[in-house]
Each structure stands twice: as structure tokens, then as C-alpha cells.
Design a protein around this ligand. Structure first.
Ligand code: SF4
Ligand SMILES: [Zn+2]
Ligand SMILES: [Zn+2]
Length: 300
């Protein structure tokens, strides 16, 4: 197969774009997809201070690599979840990547913050992933605001977004559908959140890492087994195989036509939250979710 752009031998085939690329042209393709996402959705500008949620996996590292190449003002924040089977590997990759690329990296350790995920899993009888997600969102947001970052960027890719969209549609969750998208503006004590990789698939970010020589962590979290998102991703992979381009078209269709039907349906949006009585974090209750988790942990 020849490269669609320069006619050299292609090394990546992208049926969803009806194209194939050699290494340099794939890097250009990837960069243009990120630039288009930033421009079309007005995610941020060169004046913004951007903190990237750096898990150490391929998506967050590919995002940091690309935004640095484009000249944005970035730093990374890694949250060490204290999961023995996966956290040291993830952290090591984040640290080595940032050292090699000269990117400032901040690390928060849940162990030191009294919230190690394995302990939470033992003590609290609720799905650990929803608690883990809540804690990560809390600390990413808090860290960004406390340190004057104007944007929090995450490495969510097209597959993540399509799986989330399908899950929200499947449950007809109007509030979540109203809030889903690559840009969540800053309001009421929450920093602006962006997903600049929303046009790129997992396969494409993996290729970016391979071509750019980015060594990413791949030790799976022991609690990830059986997650419904993983199942939805395999469903959509099958669909994509039969009908190339369907993931991007499903998601773009939602952004262009579906999203506005649901916007404003999240009753918590627009309602001014009040500060948590314990930590000051914005919440619709008296104490925020993370303080309640901490309380549950203390009560055993
Ligand atoms: S799989 Fe669940 S517990 Fe593991 S890192 Fe992801 S959200 Fe946290
Ligand atoms: Zn080429
Ligand atoms: Zn609180």
C-alpha cells in the first residue's frame, strides 16, 4: 500500500479515513487531527496554562507529546493510586517520559492522602471504579485550580468517547448526554476540561506512540476486568471493522446534531454549588463526595 500523501510505502492503514500513511505523514495526520479538535471546539489557546492528566498510558503520553510539539504551555499531573499490580509501572512510565521530554511532572500519592484504592476496595462496598474516578476528578480539578492552571486536558480518545456515548444513550441518561463532549467550560469552581484526542482512535494513539518512540505503561489495573465500557468498545470495534468510519461518524453526529437536544438537562449544571464544609470543594451537598469517602474509610 502506498502512502496517500507522499506515495512512499505506507506503514499504517486507516480504513476509517480511506487512507494509509508512511511514518512522517502519519505524524502529520495525527497533528492535524489534534489541531482541528482544538480549533473546531475552541479548547484552548497558547495563552492557557494546561495541566495534563498523565496516567502513564499511551493516550495521555501521546497527548503530552503532541501538545509539547505544538508549543503549548503544558505540565503533567500523575496520581499514584497505590495499586501494587499496576501503579508503580504507570508511574515509572510517566516519570521517565517527562524526564526524557523535559516536561514538568507533579505527582499526588493517594497512599499519602489516606485514600489508597486497594484499601477503599476492601472497606467500601461500592463499585471501586466509580470511587476511583471521583477521587481522580477531585484531585485533578483541585490541583489545577490551586496551582493556577486554566485548563485540564485528558487523553480520552474516540473509542473512550464512543463507549461513553453509547453507555449514556443505552441508559438514556439525559444529564450525562447533555454534558458529554470534548469541552466542559469552567464554572462554579471547576476548571475547564478538554479532550483534544477525541477525533483519534486507540489504534491511532498506539501508532503515534510506536512511531514517536514513546514507551507507555501497559500493566492493566486489576479492577478493570468486566467494565462495561470495555465490552462496548469491543462491540464498536466489530462495527468499525464492518463499516469503517462509523465510530467517528456516530460521535460527530452526536456533537453536531444530538448534543443540543440534551444540553441544559443536567439539573446540577448552572446551579451554584456551595463549598464543602470540610475541604471547601464545590458540592451540591453539605460535604463533597471525596470527604464522604474519607469519612467512610475512617469509620471502617
Ligand atoms: S480500572 Fe477502575 S480502579 Fe482501576 S484505575 Fe481505572 S477507574 Fe481506577
Ligand atoms: Zn507519506
Ligand atoms: Zn470535601
Amino acid at each position: 500500500m502506498k502512502c496517500t500523501r507522499c506515495k512512499e510505502t505506507a506503514i499504517v492503514s486507516l480504513p476509517s479515513h480511506n487512507a494509509g500513511f508512511c511514518s512522517p505523514c502519519f505524524l502529520l495526520f495525527f497533528q492535524r487531527q489534534v489541531q482541528k479538535a482544538i480549533k473546531d471546539k475552541r479548547l484552548f489557546t497558547f495563552a492557557d496554562r494546561i495541566i495534563i492528566a498523565l496516567s502513564g498510558g499511551k493516550d495521555s503520553l501521546a497527548l503530552a507529546w503532541q501538545l509539547q510539539k505544538l508549543g503549548y504551555d503544558i505540565a503533567g499531573l500523575h496520581i499514584d493510586l497505590a495499586i501494587p499490580q499496576s501503579s508503580p509501572i504507570a508511574r515509572d512510565h510517566a516519570e521517565r517520559f517527562c524526564t526524557f521530554n523535559n516536561i514538568k511532572l507533579f505527582i499526588l500519592e493517594l497512599d499519602k492522602l489516606g485514600l489508597p484504592i486497594p484499601e477503599i476496595n476492601k472497606k467500601i462496598k461500592r463499585p471501586v471504579c466509580s470511587i476511583c474516578g471521583k477521587i481522580k476528578r477531585y484531585y485533578f480539578n483541585k490541583f489545577a485550580l490551586d496551582n493556577n492552571f486554566t485548563v485540564l486536558a485528558t487523553g480520552h480518545n474516540l473509542d473512550d468517547e464512543v463507549a461513553r456515548l453509547f453507555s449514556n444513550v443505552f441508559r438514556w441518561d439525559e444529564a450525562y448526554l447533555g454534558d458529554q463532549g470534548p469541552l466542559l467550560p469552567d464554572e462554579n469552581g471547576f476548571v475547564r476540561k478538554v479532550k483534544p484526542l477525541y477525533r483519534l482512535s486507540e489504534f491511532e494513539t498506539a501508532n503515534l506512540c510506536f512511531i514517536a518512540g514513546i514507551d507507555y505503561g501497559f500493566s492493566p489495573c486489576p479492577y478493570s476486568k468486566g467494565a462495561s465500557f470495555t465490552f462496548y468498545k469491543t462491540l464498536f470495534d466489530e462495527l468499525e471493522h464492518k463499516q469503517p468510519g462509523s465510530k467517528l461518524s456516530f460521535y460527530k453526529g452526536f456533537l453536531n446534531r444530538g448534543q443540543k437536544a440534551f444540553s441544559g438537562l443536567n439539573m446540577n449544571r448552572g446551579v451554584k454549588p456551595s463549598p464543602c464544609v470540610k475541604c471547601g470543594y464545590p458540592t451540591s451537598k453539605e460535604t463533597c463526595g471525596v470527604c464522604r469517602i474519607r469519612q467512610m474509610m475512617e469509620n471502617g
